[in-house]
Design a protein around this ligand. Structure first.
Ligand code: ZN
Length: 202
């Protein structure tokens, strides 16, 4: 399965970027600064909004389109592959994803999983809202998702592998579900320890 061969966590392409450990190779100072500015706008674990269910979008106006563009910009600056509105503190059912730098960024508003495969895959995921946490998550390998774009036009997305994983991860955010809820107990305990240490250090 392609995502098993992908060493990068689902929401973060490279966790070591801009980390305290020092500067990674192949990324300039400006990109590091852009990344930390973007990450500072992402709501982190402990904020109740991350545990809240988002509401369906009813109005497709300029403000919504602008917010979708802002989300795409932040996702890219954060060097992430997906971002849910909830992670910016907004409880509306909207997410963006872009798997691979060649892919077009996609906005999904009011996404619904129409079909999911019985075939499932386990792979490591990270989350921009859970700094330093990487845990194994099992998810259906294939999904078909109905949604609207930021103008309200219907879209149908058939996704597999990493793309399917990212979409499901972001849709979980819209229901207040985090990867901590989907990982084995021992990994959750370890992740909670990491988060506590980060919170205390902050
Ligand atoms: Zn996430």
């Amino acid at each position: 399965m392609s995502e098993e061969a992908t060493p990068t966590p689902v929401e973060e392409r490279d966790d070591e970027l801009a980390s305290e450990a020092g500067e990674p190779e192949g990324i300039d100072q400006e990109a590091i600064e852009r990344r930390s500015a973007a990450l500072s706008e992402v709501v982190k674990f402990g904020e109740p909004v991350l545990r809240s269910a988002a509401s369906p979008v009813a109005e497709f106006d300029d403000e919504l389109a602008a917010e979708a563009d802002r989300m795409i910009g932040l996702m890219r600056d954060a060097i992430g592959v997906g971002l849910a509105a909830t992670q910016l503190g907004t409880l509306r059912r909207m997410l963006v994803f872009q798997v691979g730098s060649e892919a077009e960024p996609t906005v999904l508003v009011n996404p619904e999983i129409e079909w999911r495969s019985e075939d499932a895959t386990t792979a490591e995921e990270g989350c921009l809202s859970l700094p330093g946490v990487h845990v194994d998550v099992e998810r259906p390998t294939y999904v078909r998702v109905r949604a609207q774009d930021s103008a309200g036009e219907p879209i149908l997305v058939e996704a597999s592998g990493l793309e399917a994983r990212v979409i499901q991860h972001e849709m979980d955010h819209l229901d207040g579900v985090l990867i901590l809820d989907r990982t084995p107990r021992d990994q959750r305990k370890e992740a909670m320890r990491t988060l506590r240490e980060r919170l205390e250090a902050a």
